[in-house]
Ligand binder design. Sequence first.
Ligand SMILES: *Cc1c(COP(=O)(O)O)cnc(C)c1O
Length: 548
Amino acid sequence: MTKTWPNSIAREAIVEMSVYSARGGATDALHLDANENPYAPPPVVGVSGYNRYPAQQPEKLVQRLAGLYGVKPEQLMVGRGADEGIECLLRAFCEAGKDSILTCPPTFGYYKTCADIQGANVVEVPLNGDYAWDIPAIIKAAKPATVKMVFLCSPNNPTGNSLTREAILEVCDALPETLIVVDEAYIEFSEQESLANQIGTVRNLIVLRTLSKAYALAGVRGGSLLADPAIIQLLLKVLPPYPIGRPVETTIMNALAPSAMAVHAQRLEETISERKRLADALAQSDYVETVYPSDANFVLLKINNAEALFARLREFNVKIRDYRSTTGRVRVSVGSPDENTIALQAFGVSKQAKRSDRIGETFRKTNETDISVRVNLDDISQTKIQTGIGFYDHMLEQISKHGGMGLTLSCEGDLHIDAHHTVEDTALAFGAALKQALGDKAGIGRYGYVIPMDETQAQVAIDLSGRPAAVFRGEFPTDHVGDFPVEMCPHFFESLAQTLGAAIHIDVKGDNSHHMIEACFKGVGRALRPALGIVGDSNEIPSTKGTL
Ligand SMILES: *Cc1c(COP(=O)(O)O)cnc(C)c1O
């Protein structure tokens, strides 16, 4: 019997197997089919489903991930990390003692580990001196039918460089019977476009994606393998039962909520700009000979005087990845701005712009609104606001611009009812993020007072005292500006004061509601600037009580 591809290259035993798993997950039937317990485990009474096996491939999660990566649900398998995708590939396609995989070292070590466990061989086509891939050599070495798959990690871990799209497609084209596995664990940090959009066009292309790096979910374990549905069907036969526990599914769905995506995008932007700052500064370090260009969230370094450097790193309690035994290099991950500053000090680079982590983030989800906020008190470039109310977005931009802070705020609210919940809840979330960004408030100005003047006059006074108080004096001549009810203007500042822990006094006079509200938001921004700002070199908490 002749088998069609990809069955023709899969292990015989796997092709003949059917998919394990008693059922696809709990339905509304009376389930007496899986030996489960009828009660919820303590103490999660009220959370439904923990006593029931989850679906083998939870449907909503698969749909969300397929949407994220731009493929069809049947082209995706979700597992415990991209790692599980690699495990399944080896299990389904490589016969022990007979078949091989091809890798291009130095690269991610788990490909070889999985091959060793499976008893498969590893054909190595090393990267050349500049860490470039030798495409003709890869194609030549992968020609024998026993080479079942080629692993191309792009951006590559640990070198940080990427293959071009053309090179990858050339390999797919030259080896139509072989699986070309493109590991895109770091693609979000790269300018390169993901190859996910070629799934469905190039039958032997497999793309690995992970939530561990760009989406901050390493501890949750979630990764996807994207491939032709016929390949997915083979892999599902070797995927262990129920890899995605219900709390894992919930956590991932929450982390990928539509409102959270703006914060993810902002964090990515920050990592990419910090990567540049780190790389530029490390190039100045006496310990560093070469900083290799990186498209990922790390940089590879050629170092000298290694013993002294590692002693300093120990002194600063900074861990980096030591690849000296295999590549003679070290790898440094990009951390938060403050973390990178500490790493740079350990590398003996002192002359670099001071950055700090005065960053606050809040995620707030109720039946009425789904909100994410990221505030960066020291980087105004990080501003993006989306609430669905045009005028209100514009007002929040005024606070950000005049307050000198970066503000990413996105809200999916019940605007079909009215603007009330959206304005109130975003104000509460914004205040909480500001408070978090301020930390212990050491060194801040604490007070702000302004009287911006044109035809509308608003007097604003702010005290970041820790105690909420809001006083608003002003009469608006109309009841709405666009979709924004004017009564929400005082209510906004009241809610902000509540979670920020601030006294906010506003006095506004004028004869145009738009101008009056704008004056209030601008004024609060202007007054916040000195209050939030660091005064001189002082690290004192500006209160005789010693706490604010
Ligand atoms: C981190 C990493 C992975 C693992 O991803 P998980 O989803 O956490 O299993 C896969 N490939 C490469 C190249 C990695 O660096």
